[in-house]
Design a protein around this ligand. Structure first.
Ligand SMILES: Cc1ncc(COP(=O)(O)O)c(C=O)c1O
Length: 390
């Protein structure tokens, strides 16, 4: 007799997986031989630069790299992060105390809650958002309070709308600009309001900056840490994934307030054993090359963005041209929900997108497209949608 296996309550309490139905339809279409254009996933199709790959090959054979790495990262990697923050944002970071390596920023985002969220703690999270923020809270017994991102507020959370008792109980606030999935951007004024709110209510600010390097038409998104007072209240999560086309490598970093960095590092040291050192050495190479890698990618994404947005608008769909990220946030045609529109695009046009409500209730009425396929395929998207009865 097999033993009775019961999943932990935290797993049973997970919200229904809204992408499962899309996955099922996608598999079914593929099995019918449908030529799908997959704009569902935010994963660069551009390969990692060869200089970075070569560094990995060179460093993979060094015996010193075959042993356990430190979970906080090699000194040289943390120094490279500090140098990059200085050259890119003019932010000075102490590599020993204000930088910790992450096995991709997703790992650090999840472990932030392990380090700082107690059962019953309130965590302020945007809706829609990258789901790991609220899953981390839920797994650790905290309570999420969702702040809707509305078009009329340029998809920035309205901090004044937070009831006084919630603000009082709040322990953490998650923000993410340039934003996934809305592609919204934030300016210094917004960050100043966030810092003010954090000081007033004693709230830790966690800024997810994964997309700062993906800005177009000369726009360069800022780091939260550029703003006076940010280091006193916050920590910023960053990643080599989207910046250097390294999603598969699993390497990122958290930087900022030394107590927050130390808390996260303490949680991590009890749970993981860091990043393969050869990957860290390759990451150092990527950070050193910096804009030499990023600029060609920006050009590619900007051109693709123009093709996709112009095409979608030409077929009557409503969307803004994003200043940053590789996402396009498209309003559903009248009468269609996010799920309906996504299903129609898949079934009738063979175009895979992500329903906005998969990122939270306030994402209902929208669908997210990515530009992670080549120009020719993106041109085809509008042509295919033109044939769909909307
Ligand atoms: C907003 C945001 N943050 C973090 C991540 C995680 O990136 P990684 O774990 O590859 O660093 C993603 C990935 O899609 C994302 O969209």
């Amino acid at each position: 007799m097999p033993i009775a296996i019961r999943k932990a309550q935290r797993i049973n309490r997970l919200p229904p997986y809204l992408f499962a139905e899309i996955d099922r339809r996608k598999r079914e279409a593929l099995s019918r031989g449908v030529d799908l254009i997959d704009l569902g996933i935010g994963d660069p199709d551009i390969p990692t630069p060869s200089a970075v790959v070569e560094k990995l090959l060179e460093c993979a054979s060094k015996p010193v790299n075959h042993r356990y790495p430190s979970s906080s990262g090699m000194g040289e990697f943390r120094q490279a992060v500090s140098n990059w923050y200085h050259s890119r944002f003019n932010v000075k970071l102490d590599p020993a105390k204000e930088v910790v390596s992450l096995i991709g920023s997703k790992e650090g985002i999840g472990n932030m809650a392990v380090a700082f969220v107690d059962p019953g703690d309130v965590v302020l999270v945007s809706s829609p958002c990258y789901p790991v923020y609220h899953i981390g809270t839920a797994f650790n017994g905290g309570k999420n309070y969702f702040l809707p991102l509305k078009k009329e507020n340029h998809c920035l959370p309205d901090l004044d709308s937070i009831p006084a008792d919630i603000a009082k109980q709040a322990k953490l606030l998650w923000i993410n600009y340039p934003n996934n999935p809305t592609a919204a951007v934030a300016d210094k004024d917004f960050y100043l309001r966030v810092i003010d709110f954090a000081n007033q209510h004693n709230v830790i600010v966690c800024h997810d900056a994964a997309y700062t390097e993906m800005g177009y038409d000369g726009y360069r998104p800022m780091s939260f840490l550029e703003v006076d007072g940010a280091r006193e209240v916050g920590i910023e999560f960053h990643s080599l994934s989207k910046t250097f086309n390294m999603t598969g490598w699993r390497i990122g970093m958290a930087v900022g307030n030394s107590d927050l960095v130390a808390g996260l590092a303490q949680a991590k040291s009890n749970l993981d054993s860091g990043i393969f050192q050869a990957v860290q050495e390759a990451g150092i190479e990527a950070l050193k090359l910096g804009d030499k890698i990023v600029e060609p990618s920006r050009k590619i994404y900007q051109e693709r963005r123009d093709i996709l947005v112009d095409g979608l608008r030409a077929v009557g769909l409503e969307c803004e041209k994003p200043q940053a990220t590789f996402y396009v946030w498209v309003a559903c045609p009248k009468g269609l929900s996010s799920a309906d529109f996504t299903a129609k695009l898949l079934d009738e046009a063979g175009v895979v997108t992500t329903p906005g409500n998969g990122f939270g209730d306030a994402g209902e009425g929208y669908v997210r497209f990515t530009v992670c396929v080549d120009k020719e395929r993106l041109r085809e998207v509008a042509e295919r949608i033109r044939r769909v009865k909307l």
